[in-house]
Design a protein around this ligand. Structure first.
Ligand code: HEM
Length: 193
């Protein structure tokens, strides 16, 4: 099921904006630049999460150093990855883990963007533009693919769980949801431009 979901999500990203072999080479060539900053990046990342009650509550007692290590391993593997099926399927799996841990997509996407923001700061302060812009573009292509896989797999797996609990299959669930959405749309027409 996970390979099919991964393929489905990747197939919905236009080829013209996908990660290319040139982007992958740029990510590999600049792996050390990013890894030299991993402590700063993840300390800031966790500082934000731990200073905000709703995100702080995601973590169990004593778990933060373990999760920080998981994230550091993720970054290292990502920056050396050949971005094969196995790697993308792992990212799809993260959506499933995030459902279980209560990490909703709005929080995940905001924090992915925080990582990007830190990279922008580091690259623009340390690398000349001719080399820096391609690094940032490669990262953006990667991060939008990660965003697509992790957030959409969250939605798909959530619906799969509803399907299993209610015994209503995906197609019927979709049809009855659209009816409810039509009513919600009608009730909220005043928000249209
Ligand atoms: C930059 C955005 C994020 C990325 C790329 C990301 C990626 C990952 C990855 C790769 C895993 C490990 C999956 C595995 O077991 O193989 C994971 C697990 C997890 N993530 Fe995220 N995540 C992100 C944001 C967040 C945020 C914002 C939170 C908390 C609010 C969070 C909380 C967790 C937790 C608690 C786990 C489970 C750790 C474990 O049990 O090993 N993640 N995430």
């Amino acid at each position: 099921m996970l390979p099919e979901i991964t393929e489905r999500i990747l197939s919905q990203i236009p080829d013209s904006i996908k990660l290319t072999t040139d982007d992958i080479k740029i990510l590999h060539d600049n792996k050390q630049f990013v890894l030299d900053r991993e402590d700063v990046i993840f300390e800031r990342f966790f500082d934000i999460l731990l200073n905000f009650e709703p995100t702080k509550n995601v973590f169990k007692e004593g778990e933060v150093p373990i999760v920080m290590n998981v994230f550091k391993r993720w970054l290292k593997i990502t920056l050396s990855s050949e971005f094969n099926d196995e790697y993308w399927q792992w990212q799809t799996f993260v959506g499933l883990v995030h459902i279980k841990r209560g990490v909703t997509n709005n929080v995940f996407i905001s924090m992915l963007s925080v990582v990007t923001e830190m990279l922008v700061e580091e690259v623009t302060s340390n690398v000349p533009n001719e080399a820096g812009v391609p690094i940032l573009k490669a990262w953006l292509k990667l991060s939008r693919t990660l965003g697509a896989l992790i957030s959409e797999s969250y939605r798909i797996f959530y619906l799969k769980a509803v399907e299993e609990v209610t015994s209503i299959d995906e197609k019927l669930l979709n049809r009855i949801s659209i009816l409810a959405i039509d009513n919600l749309l009608k009730d909220n027409q005043n928000f249209r431009i």
